[in-house]
Design a protein around this ligand. Structure first.
Ligand code: GTP
Ligand code: MG
Length: 319
């Protein structure tokens, strides 16, 4: 992050925010400049009681502090050159993804239960720790678990599978259980600080949608759910961009095509209706331990499918 003449380090440094408004913002979960930069003027105004134009100015100041601004094509090229990749454990899947999971990007794995989303997240948390010549980034992982399906036993097994010391690998994964959607977003706010201090190159949110769906069920809550989910995805996108980390999210969708009538979050094609930049991969069960991955709406990646396997030692190429 760039430094300005007058450094803006937390929300109280923003022009137009007095102690009272600051207090209200913090109580409502807007604890960081990032959180304010991605808020809407309407939200801020509702929370603090400040007039809309002031809210607009505050958001603008937060964006400037974060240097959300025009970039030159050359800068984009340089940023692109900083993108790094993490191997999935399967050559076929890596190839489908153009070499692996990318930093600076949100990668979504969606699919029905048992399709391997959580297994892929576990594997990536291990693989990010590998040396670069083996497809890793020699870095740590954060695992935000919303469903309680994280298993250290599985990490231990996968670490052995790639020849890393299991205890070291487990020390390098920071796990947290998100208890509701509000908590889930507050955790990501905290990550903006944590990633300054720690060599973390992967942030997993497994699953990104479950709390939002449970707390805002049905069509009548769809607008609210989408608004919050969008804010969450913006947060994650900023995190990926600012710290050059890979963000991996999962999203359970039903396999039966008629189900989307019952659940308005799933669109035709089976994904959540939002537009976050990134890569979307659909996972499908196949015979035995085989799984099929397909890249969805990614113009920069070739169309096609990859078959991989979930083995005792983790994600591998199918035999
Ligand atoms: P939901 O979270 O329910 O939507 O499913 P998911 O897509 O996250 O599925 P998950 O990644 O949990 O995949 C579960 C499948 O992985 C199981 O059905 C097994 O086939 C496989 N699996 C999970 N743990 C192990 C293990 O320890 N050994 C082996 N060999 N396979 C495992
Ligand atoms: Mg799962």
């Amino acid at each position: 992050m760039g430094k300005k003449d007058k450094e803006i380090r937390d929300i109280t440094d923003l022009p137009g925010i007095g102690p009272n408004s600051a207090q209200k913002l913090i109580e409502n979960g807007y604890t960081s400049i990032e959180a304010i930069a991605v808020a809407t003027p309407h939200e801020l105004s509702q929370v603090t009681g400040i007039p809309l134009p002031t809210a607009q100015k505050i958001i603008q100041a937060a964006r400037e502090a974060l240097e959300i601004r025009f970039k030159t094509a050359k800068e984009l090229k340089m940023e692109r050159m900083n993108v790094r990749k993490i191997t999935t454990g399967s050559k076929a899947l890596d190839e489908l993804l153009g070499g692996g999971i990318e930093t600076r990007t949100i990668t979504e794995f969606f699919g029905e239960f048992g399709s391997g989303k959580t297994q892929v997240c576990h594997q990536l948390s291990v693989n990010v720790q590998l040396p670069e010549d083996q497809g890793g980034l020699e870095a740590k992982a954060v695992y935000i678990d919303t469903e309680g399906t994280f298993r250290w036993e599985r990490i231990e097994q996968m670490a052995k599978g790639v020849g890393l010391d299991p205890d070291t690998v487990m020390e390098n994964i920071y796990w947290i259980r998100a208890i509701n959607s509000h908590h889930q977003m507050a955790i990501v706010d905290q990550l903006f600080d944590m990633l300054k201090r720690e060599n973390i190159k992967l942030v997993v949110v497994d699953s990104v949608t479950s709390h939002f769906r449970a707390e805002f069920p049905g069509r009548e809550n769809l607008a609210m759910r989408q608004q919050l989910l969008n804010r969450h995805l913006h947060q994650l996108g900023r995190l990926a961009e600012i710290y050059n980390v890979a963000v991996v999210i999962t999203n359970q969708v039903m396999a039966r095509p008629n189900v989307f009538y019952g659940d308005p979050t799933t669109a035709v094609g089976g994904h959540v209706m939002y537009h976050a930049p990134g890569v979307r991969i659909q996972l499908k069960k196949s015979r035995g331990n085989k799984r099929i991955a397909r890249v969805v709406d990614a113009p920069h990646l070739p169309e096609g499918e990859a078959v991989f396997a979930v083995t005792e030692w983790g994600i591998r190429d199918a035999e």
